[in-house]
Design a protein around this ligand. Structure first.
Ligand code: ADP
Ligand code: MG
Length: 314
């Protein structure tokens, strides 16, 4: 059976495209005017695949839009407009109202306007098409990482994966951490910044939806490079670090944080941008020539790691 990426590449991807950038990145890009691109993307959440049936509808409304915003940010764009296609099993007004409350809260928070969509009956599924704007000079393509670039990630990793693990089968971790983890899973918080400005300091980016290692691999494959990742620099809750529960961080997925690569020259500017904008950012490694990922422990030894990220048709 074909895997998710094989289906896209072998069946849907026809080259060349008539626009600047088609299938294969977090979003497509086409010219808006002389200086800007429109950035366009679509992400779907299906019941039991992307969320459990007991998910709070308000959080689900938030998450449906947040995961789409994340794809626009990862191209160096600011999100602007969204179209919502929602399929529900019945016209449950209370549920739909709560869902829309979460969706509109997220829209307001990130400056997005709902401009259209479709409402149908069927098993619960939410699909959003989102449109944003990026500067042509600073769009962040997966293919544009450069040798010796610093590798950065925003926020903290592994929380959402921990939340999912807990929800699927009770899992022994401190209560306050579990609370934070479930919040990260159900209400992801992509960074809220003027992405055009951060993008001006970076070369490439991807948003972390499938897991750090599989997502970083997309950048490596497209840029023809490798990476060294330092475990001690990875931002993760203390409890995960103390228990060496690294798979949550390396291939847990659903983080909706950004992985960015940027010239070393911009290191200080990026730290200043993060401080000015009150976001957490960590330099976790660097881009190398050898086309693989070396995960390095604090003693300098490599960590042997084979686990893969989420694959829909595994
Ligand atoms: P992401 O995880 O960032 O949302 P995906 O892994 O879902 O991205 O998709 C990878 C690329 O393939 C994207 O450029 C996306 O637009 C494209 N893509 C996915 N499914 C299809 C499809 N059925 N037809 C055309 N393009 C697709
Ligand atoms: Mg993405």
């Amino acid at each position: 059976m074909l895997k998710e990426f094989e289906i896209i590449e072998k069946i849907f991807q026809k080259t060349p495209t008539s626009i600047f950038l088609g299938i294969g990145d977090d979003a497509a890009l086409f010219h808006k005017n002389k200086k800007e691109f429109w950035v366009i993307s679509q992400d779907t959440l299906n019941i039991n695949t992307h969320f459990l049936s007991n998910t709070d509808p308000e959080n689900l409304g938030w998450k449906s839009l947040a995961v789409n915003i994340s794809d626009i940010l990862s191209m160096g764009g600011n999100p602007k407009y969204a179209l919502l296609s929602i399929s529900v099993p019945s016209a449950n007004q209370v549920w739909i109202k709560k869902f829309s409350t979460g969706l509109f809260k997220c829209a307001k928070n990130y400056g997005v306007e709902l401009i259209g969509g479709d409402t149908t009956r069927g098993s619960l599924s939410i699909s959003i098409c989102i449109l944003g704007e990026a500067l042509q000079n600073n769009a962040l393509l997966r293919s544009n990482a450069k040798l010796n670039d610093d590798i950065w990630v925003t926020g903290e990793l592994g929380l959402a994966a921990l939340g999912l693990k807990y929800k699927k089968r009770k899992f022994d971790a401190p209560k306050t951490l579990i609370k934070k983890a479930i919040k990260a899973l159900e209400k992801p918080l992509p960074i809220k910044v003027n992405m055009k400005k951060l993008a001006a300091l970076c070369n490439s980016a991807i948003d972390l939806s499938d897991g750090l290692i599989p997502d970083l691999n997309h950048i490596l494959n497209k840029s023809g490079l490798g990476a060294n990742i330092f475990i001690e620099n990875l931002p993760m809750p203390k409890w995960i670090r103390n228990n060496k529960n690294y798979p949550l961080v390396l291939s847990g997925g659903d983080d909706y944080q950004l992985l960015l690569t940027a010239p070393k020259n911009n290191h200080k500017k990026i730290i200043k941008f993060a401080a000015d904008n009150k976001i957490k950012i960590s330099c976790i490694g660097l881009m190398t020539k050898t086309k693989n990922i070396a995960i390095i422990k604090s003693d300098g030894e490599p960590l042997l790691y084979k686990k893969k990220g989420y694959e829909h048709f595994a």
